[in-house]
Structure formats: C-alpha cells, structure tokens
Ligand binder design. Structure first.
Ligand code: ADP
Ligand code: ZN
Ligand code: ZN
Length: 723
C-alpha cells in the first residue's frame, strides 16, 4: 500500500501539496517533514494522509521525517486548520506561526539544558559581600524571584556571568538541574480569602468537569477578578491538567504574573513576544510533553501545543490587542473559545467592560453572564463628573478645575492619574501666519512633534525628521505646536507641581526592558505623585494610592467613522476611571469634554457600563452591524490608488451577493500609508457560514488572477478597525 501525505508549507499559498511517503517511514498528521520544493529542501508539516496516489500524477517523495512523533498535537492541528479556513489565511503560515522558531527552521525538538540559578536556603550571612554592590543587587533580585531563573534571563536583566560565579564561590547561590525539575525556594503564599461577592461569582462559574462551557465574568474595576481566577484554578484545575490564561500585554501587567507565581510557583510559565528562541522552545516543549503548566500569555499563547487543557481564562476579553492587526488576523479570544469547544474544557472571559460581541453571546444564551459588582477592598466605585471645557482656558490640556483637583489630591497625600490619548508633545505643528501644517511625506497623516528628541515623527510609518525652526512654507517664526500629547501635559504638570514626581507612562518611556516594572514599582510605593500617560495606563493596573483620574479629552471617539469607536471610548473611559479609588479611599473621575450633553457620556456618569453597552447594542442592531451581522473586510493596497480600487471593484463583481451586503470599495481612512494606497470593501452577511462560503470562493478566484505587481490583498474576518 502506498501512502500519500498532504503537506502544508510555510509559504503564502493557500493550497497544500501531496508527497509520497517512502516505504518504511511512518508519518502522522502534525509531523514535521523535510520535502523537496522547487529546487530547495524545506520543512513542511503533514496535515493528512491518504492511501494510494491518484493515477497519472508523478508525486515527489518526502525526504525524511524531522521528528519521530508529531510536533503539533492533534488538537492544535485541528484548531489551526479551522482558523486558517475561518480567517482565510494560508494554512502553512498558520501552522508555522504556532511552532517556536527553532522548529520552524527544521532544528530538533530538544532543549540544550539551560543553567538555572537560585539562592541557597537558608541564606548564610551575606556580610562577606562587603561593598560589592552589584552582587548584592543580583542576590536581592534572585531572592525576590519565586523560582530559579535561567542564566539567559539573568544576563538580560543586566547582570554578568562574573557576578554569578562570584556569588557561587561565596556559597550564596547555586545552580539547579534541568529547568523542569527546579523547586520553588520560597514558600508559596496562601491565597487571600474571597469576599462574599467573589465567592458567589466563583460558585456561579463552577464548571462541569471536562466539558465545554463559556462564562462571561463581568467584574467591575477593582472587584478582584484575578483572585477569582486564582481560586477557580485552585478548585477546578486537576493537578495533572494544563491551563491557559490570556492577558492583553504581559509587560504591562507584571503584577498579575507575580500574583499567579506567588501561589502556583513553578507551575506558571509566561509566554510573550520578548522571549528569546530558546525560552520559546523550552516553554513549547514543556506543554507539548504534557507537563501540568499554567501558561500566562499574550494572544499567540492560544496556539500553544496544550494536550491536557483543563481551563481557559481570557482576562480583559474586550481588549483590542487580542486581534492580530496584520498577516494572520486571528482573534486570540475567539480562538480560545473555539479551543474550549475542541478540547472540551471550560472557558472564562473576564472584563469590567465586556465587548458587545460577548454580551450579545450572553443574550443569545451561548455564554453565561456572571456579575461581580462590588469592589474587593470595600471602596465604592468612583464618582464620574463631566467637565465641559468649551471656552475654558487650558494649560497643557488641563482646565483650572482639573488642576486644582490634582493639587488637592496631592495635598491629601494621594496620587492622581492624567489620561491623554496621544503620545508626543503635540499632534500637529502649524504655522499661524500661512496655515501650513507639517504632514508625513509618505502618509496622509500629520506629523507629531516629540519635544524630548526635537523631532517630528509619523505615527503611521517610520518617518522622522528634525523640527524645522521656522515654517517650511513661508519661513514665519509663528510656527507652533497645536493640541495635546503626553509630553506637553507632563510639562504643564511639572511647572504646576514642582515638588512632586510627575511620571509619564507611554510607549516612549517604556521602550526599554523592565522600564514598566520600575515605573509601576515607583507608583505602588505610594508617595504622592502625578501619573500622566496613554491607554497603557488604563490596562489592568492596580495602583492603590490613586484617588483622582482626569481624562484630558474624551471626544475623539464620539464622532468617528469607525462604528466601533463609541464602544472603545466607553471601555477606555470606564477602564481609566477604574484606576481611581481601588483601595480604601474613594475615587473621583473628571472627564474633560466639549460635548457634555452627549448621551453616551451622560450615561457613563451613572457608572453602569452594562446599561451603556446595551444601548450601543440596540444601535448596532438597528444599523445592521456586528454582532448582528457577520463582517469581513477585503483590504487592498498598491502603489497607485486606481489599482487598489480596480481590484476591489472586480472582486465585488465576481461575488455572489445573495445574503450579503457590500460597501465600497472606498479608500481607507488613511488612504496613503508609507506610500502605499489602501482601499477596502466591506462585506457583511446574515450568517457567518454564508459569509465564510462567499469569502472562500472569492479567495479561490482571486488566487487565480494576474494582479499588478505592487498589489497586495487580504481578508480581515471580524475586523476590529474599519477605518
Ligand atoms: P480587577 O478586577 O480590577 O482586576 P484586581 O484583581 O486588580 O481587580 O483586584 C483589586 C485589588 O483588590 C487588588 O489589590 C487585589 O489584591 C485586592 N483584592 C482582590 N480580592 C481580594 C480579597 N479577597 N481580599 C483582599 N484583597 C483583595
Ligand atoms: Zn507659514
Ligand atoms: Zn508616515
């Protein structure tokens, strides 16, 4: 009997290739193989086996198998095959995204053993360290870690091999064996007892073992969702099972990871984009081998090779970072739910501001809604006040009443947080004589002025230029920044409050590794200070001493063309408001706006997110938008706008429109980005399945077409941005 293997290869090609399986070689779906492809030998992944070749085909033969067993377990292979079809993305690329880099490149699925370090226990007298400050620092750092740390990670913290060896010689630290066997050297702390409200929520979440269910945990900010997750895992996750905990951006939430580690110790593994190749391989192999890991990771963790999955938690499920913005545009949250189906395990989606999609699924009875509406530490939710700033003088974007609220807050010895939605100094440089505005030469976008480095930068491409001293058009000196960015608000705050630290948190101040950890630690130390920052500040942080939140300008999302903008606006405002008054002291929120009569903002002041969200759902239903219709966007970009539009026009004509509604083609909101002209065709359908079928035949026919060289196209299923 001859066997034929269907092989997916890591190329942007939707089809797969058949190869003969040589006599004596046994291959299985999920296995990596080396195959001839064109004139090369490449790594491919077997997705299926058939018996006997169709007559008349001269098939090439698999060169060799790279692993004795399948690299991808069956469940992961099914998940990714489904995702490739659902998101209309080439399957080879999907499957290879799920492999750690070493395996993608055909290297063996083995680990070079990494050396791990930990302090000896009990720790002897450390006075021999004398004035070796850096060694002392290293020892302190190792002691603060819950588990032994591998050498790579230590070196990346800025410590050296020499310091490690020196501490070892002094008998203060030791190495441990294979990373999977290291033992926690610190006693794990017991979990805090749950409040009655948390207990109720936990009881409502109780799953049937080994069965799919999906609960949406609506827990207001500060309600202690993390503690509920911890107790949930403790109660319901069997000792030999694995769990997946998805979080939006790991480097933004070091506290959350620490809280999990304190209780579960070395059972916790983290997964995020900053890991190096060997760390990735190590984490991947542990899961693949079925170790009972609790993996905390960002969206791509959903593709990890779990074989004994017992629980899935998606924290801040509404967060836009779960959706990949390019290439394989999957939603980590949605794949997590699908994975729960596939592996028959319970799923919890948690948020203080659930997405309209998930709320809709609750209304439909697909998910169960569990409410947790009390703050864990007893404080009541913050009071929210709209402050109309029409015709009020502003300094750095801040009105007088806002500044005096900050002053009072500092005088009480508390912390204030100021939310600005843009980084940089000012979003626009304008000439007040001729009206000239500096724009990016490569995009349809204005340049942002960054004062710290005297540069104009485009936030849509890599373009950067020094700030011209005068107006480039008329040479006038009346060339000035307009509008607010975090740097400008920071400056104003420094002038106003010279005796208090002003801590700016945005992408520019957190570029370096661990810089976020340091900022967070400084704030959590509790001294009075003012935090100023972007979106980043709104995500999941727990700063107990913050009692005042000021949103500099809330109006951006009110009149946007993107139908998701109002939803995102209220989510951001509720999340940022939720940073106030989380511990004992009550919180106050001031939202500056030019539209204080706007019903959405008015609604927010009542403090009921769910009610505001329900209103938005009614609007979505009336305008026939998701989640009431399935949506996809066909995006095209080319060196000329005509080409993008012509391509989409043709796609539109080639489609069978039954049950579908099409909008466009239209140029994208930022029509030119990095000198590429972008356009889109929006397609909605009554049902996902009908839309899926239409997209599949569309992709098949587009694959056949001869296209202008510069043209690239892509399907974005369940888009989160429609600009
Ligand atoms: P959120 O639901 O906003 O994610 P957190 O999980 O950050 O809330 O919890 C808010 C704060 O309340 C944290 O400081 C946390 O340690 C504390 N907390 C939560 N649950 C309890 C509890 N049962 N007992 C004591 N403190 C708790
Ligand atoms: Zn000018
Ligand atoms: Zn640009």
């Amino acid at each position: 009997m001859t066997y034929i293997a269907r092989v997916a290869i890591p190329r942007p090609i939707r089809r797969q290739f058949d190869y003969l399986v040589p006599q004596g070689l046994s291959v299985h779906p999920g296995q990596r193989v080396q195959v001839p492809f064109g004139r090369q030998q490449i790594t491919g992944l077997v997705t299926a086996l058939h018996q006997q070749a169709p007559e008349g085909f001269a098939l090439k033969t698999i060169t060799r198998a790279l692993d004795p067993d399948p690299a991808l377990p069956g469940e992961t292979l099914s998940l990714l095959s489904w995702a490739a079809a659902y998101y209309q993305h080439p399957i080879g690329e999907c499957l290879f995204t799920a492999l750690p880099p070493a395996l993608r490149h055909g290297k063996p699925a083995q680990l070079k053993e990494a050396i791990h370090w930990q302090p000896v226990a009990p720790l002897p007298d450390t006075t021999i360290l004398g004035r070796a400050k850096k060694q002392q620092e290293l020892l302190n750092w190792l002691t603060s870690q819950v588990v032994a740390v591998d050498q790579q990670t230590i070196l990346r913290q800025g410590f050296s091999r020499a310091q490690l060896l020196s501490l070892q010689q002094k008998g203060l630290i030791t190495t441990t064996e294979a990373p999977s066997h290291h033992t926690p050297h610190k006693a794990l702390t017991p979990l805090p007892a749950l409040t009655p409200a948390q207990q109720q929520a936990l009881a409502a979440l109780a799953p049937e073992r080994d069965k799919y269910s999906c609960h949406l945990l609506y827990g207001i900010t500060g309600s202690g969702k993390t503690e509920v997750y911890l107790h949930y895992l403790k109660q319901h996750l069997a000792d030999d099972k694995q769990a997946m905990v998805l979080v939006p951006e790991i480097n933004l939430t070091p506290q959350t990871v620490a809280r999990f580690q304190r209780y579960f110790g070395s059972r916790i593994l983290v997964w995020h984009s900053a890991l190096n190749d060997s760390e990735r391989l190590a984490a991947w192999l542990k899961l693949r081998q079925g170790e009972p890991i609790i993996l905390i990771g960002t969206r791509s963790a959903v593709m990890m090779p779990f074989t004994r999955l017992g629980a899935i938690i998606v924290d801040e499920e509404h967060d836009s970072s779960y959706k990949q913005g390019e290439g394989f545009r999957y939603s980590g949250r949605d794949l997590a739910v699908y994975r729960g189906h596939l592996q028959q395990c319970p799923v919890i989606l948690g948020s203080a501001t659930p997405s309209l999609e998930s709320l809709h699924n609750c209304q439909q009875g697909k998910y169960q809604l569990v409410k947790l509406e009390q703050r864990a530490q007893g404080a009541s939710p913050p009071t929210i006040k709209l402050l109309d700033i029409r015709s009020r003088p502003l300094e750095g974007g801040l009105s007088r009443p806002a500044l005096s609220a900050i002053e009072q807050c500092l005088n009480r010895g508390e912390q204030a947080l100021v939310f600005v939605n843009r980084r940089g100094f000012a979003p626009v440089m304008m000439c007040f004589d001729c009206g000239h505005i500096e724009e990016c030469p490569r995009c349809d976008a204005r340049l942002t002025y960054h004062r710290r480095d005297h540069a104009l930068r485009c936030h849509h491409c890599e373009y950067q230029a020094p700030l011209p001293p005068n107006c480039p058009s008329c040479k006038s000196e009346n060339f000035k920044p307009v509008g607010q960015g975090t740097e400008r608000t920071e400056d104003t705050l420094r002038q106003q409050f010279p005796n208090h630290p002003i801590i700016r948190v945005d992408r520019d101040t957190t570029r370096h590794k661990n810089s976020m950890d340091k900022l967070v630690a400084q704030v959590r130390a509790g001294e009075p200070c003012v935090l100023v920052g972007t979106q980043m500040l709104t995500k999941g942080h727990d700063f107990p001493a913050v009692t005042l939140v000021v949103a500099v300008n809330a109006d951006g999302g009110l009149f946007s063309v993107d139908f998701r903008a109002p939803e995102q606006l209220i989510q951001t405002l509720v999340q940022v408001s939720g940073r106030a008054g989380r511990a004992k002291r009550p919180g106050e929120v001031i939202i500056q706006t030019c539209h204080s009569e706007h019903p959405l903002l008015q609604q927010l002041c009542t403090g009921h997110y769910l009610e505001a969200a329900e209103k938005l759902l009614v609007e979505r239903s009336a305008s026939q938008l998701p989640p009431y219709r399935a949506m996809a966007i066909l995006r095209a970009e080319a060196a000329r706008m005509e080409d993008s539009i012509a391509f989409l026009d043709q796609a539109r004509t080639s489609m069978n429109h039954t049950g579908l509604t099409l909008w466009g083609p239209l140029p994208a909101l930022i029509a030119r980005r990095a000198d590429r002209f972008r356009a889109q065709l929006i397609i909605t359908g009554d049902h996902k399945s009908a839309l899926q079928r239409a997209l599949q035949s569309l992709c098949n026919s587009l694959d056949m077409q001869k296209l202008p060289n510069s043209l690239k196209w892509q399907v974005d299923m369940d888009p989160t941005e429609t600009g």
